[in-house]
Design a protein around this ligand. Sequence first.
Ligand code: IPE
Ligand code: IPE
Ligand code: MG
Length: 237
Amino acid sequence: MLFKKHTEKPVVDERLRHIAFIMDGNGRWAKKRSMPREAGHASGAKNFKKVIRYCGDLGVKIITVYAFSTENWKRPKHEVDAIMGLLSDYIADAVAMVDENNIQLHFLGDMGIFPPEMQAKIKNAEEVSKDKELILNIALNYGARAEIAHACETLIASGKTEVAEEDVTSALYTAHCPDPDLIVRTGGDLRLSNFLLWQAAYAEFYFTDTLWPDLGEREIDKIVADFYSRKRRYGGL
Ligand code: IPE
Ligand code: IPE
Ligand code: MG
């Protein structure tokens, strides 16, 4: 890792191509302020834009964010409805960033669950951004176990009778990009919550108590510096 002169901003290289964020802690952020949980999601959606821009500025080529899990449907209807409303904003924000930030959008998860107009927006977002450089994966209605089961179904449907690791990798929602180098979880919990189970095999992890709406540039610098202090051995010496 280098530091750019004057700015003290870290500059990342190919060792940190892909960062994934578990954007957790929106509800607690709101609770701390005696606001409804929905306000926390709105604040989290704002920070999503800032974090993506900053990581792109640092030179990160692939960013994945966990926005809504297959298990999040268990929440009260009013919260799910509020998040669904915000998802349209997420998509609109991401589309607005396509040209300015050179972003290629991908949605990870089973989009079949969403209403047709939302699916059309998602498809359009992927289509209009497909020639851009920086990959932004948004995990929506995403669960890693469902993803792996879906990959198995795809392989069976293609007539495969033998399966290599690479076959599974190429049947996942993330087939278009390398595994995450770093997975960051905000909100203080020390778990993956069904995120990227296959792709995380050799990821580095960083857990912070900071709540997602509060994750700022200086802490990202710290997380990047911490990543560069680690030695990745992949089972070797
Ligand atoms: C993460 O924040 C966003 C989603 C899971 C949709 P939470 O809503 O889980 O916030 P906390 O963990 O309850 O604070
Ligand atoms: C993980 O957060 C999912 C997202 C951030 C989208 P949760 O808040 O759903 O995770 P748990 O329930 O604490 O494991
Ligand atoms: Mg949570």
